[in-house]
Design a protein around this ligand. Structure first.
Ligand SMILES: [Zn+2]
Length: 216
């Protein structure tokens, strides 16, 4: 997927994906964690960094391109996004050992991950949205097995804090803009099901209930 040059300076530098970690539980709609509003981050401390590390581990191992804190049951205004990484599916008989490789890629069960540069958006605020929109087929870790074409502004001006609590402002376009708006919806307890007709929403809700009953 494409890189977004405006965001490149904010990608975590020298970030090493931990070889061992715990995948956090991702809650599925209509769990109350997914429909509850989050609160601003006020403490930029070690526990915040720890949470981000665990969320990154979870996102890359899923694998997904974005994750919002409420999806893992933490109601803070925090999202992580990485749309630039390359993911290569490994064959079952591939004997490459798990963990960090000489070429800086990381092998996680079933995948080789390359060129990753996660961006952490804390307390993201959209200052301006373009009138121009684009349609994008969206999927969500909290809506397993479902995708829908959603229309959103194609460009947004975003203000956010980094892990040190410093404020930044940036223009974001295309897939990155779509992904950030999708993740920011989660902070309001909103999913893409709230952007489609109530008829379609009820069909998807039934599908998800079956998934949950089956132990998903
Ligand atoms: Zn989502």
């Amino acid at each position: 997927m494409q890189k977004n040059d405006a965001l490149a300076p904010y990608a975590l530098k020298n970030y090493m994906l931990p070889e061992k970690g715990e995948k956090m539980k991702i809650y599925v709609f209509p769990h109350p964690h997914i429909t509850k509003k989050s609160l601003p981050v006020t403490k930029f401390d070690e526990s915040l960094e720890e949470l981000v590390k665990k969320m990154l581990f979870t996102m890359y191992h899923y694998p997904g391109v974005g994750l919002a804190a409420p999806q893992v049951g933490v109601h803070l205004n925090l999202i992580i996004v990485d749309m630039g990484f390359d993911l290569e599916h490994l064959e079952e008989d591939d004997s490459t050992p798990l963990g960090h490789q000489a070429d800086k890629s990381v092998v996680i069960p079933g995948y080789r991950l390359k060129n990753f540069g996660p961006i952490i958006f804390i307390n993201p605020r959209i200052l301006k949205s373009s009138e121009e929109t684009r349609d994008y087929e969206e999927a969500c870790m909290s809506l397993p097995g479902i995708s829908e074409k959603i229309t959103r502004p194609s460009e947004v001006e975003l203000e956010f804090e980094d892990l040190k609590g410093e404020t930044h402002r940036v223009m974001i376009s295309d897939e990155w803009a779509v992904c950030i708006q999708h993740e920011m919806d989660h902070l309001e307890g909103v999913t893409f099901l709230d952007h489609i007709s109530s008829f379609k929403k009820s069909l998807h809700r039934k599908k998800l209930q079956k998934y949950l009953k089956a132990g998903g």
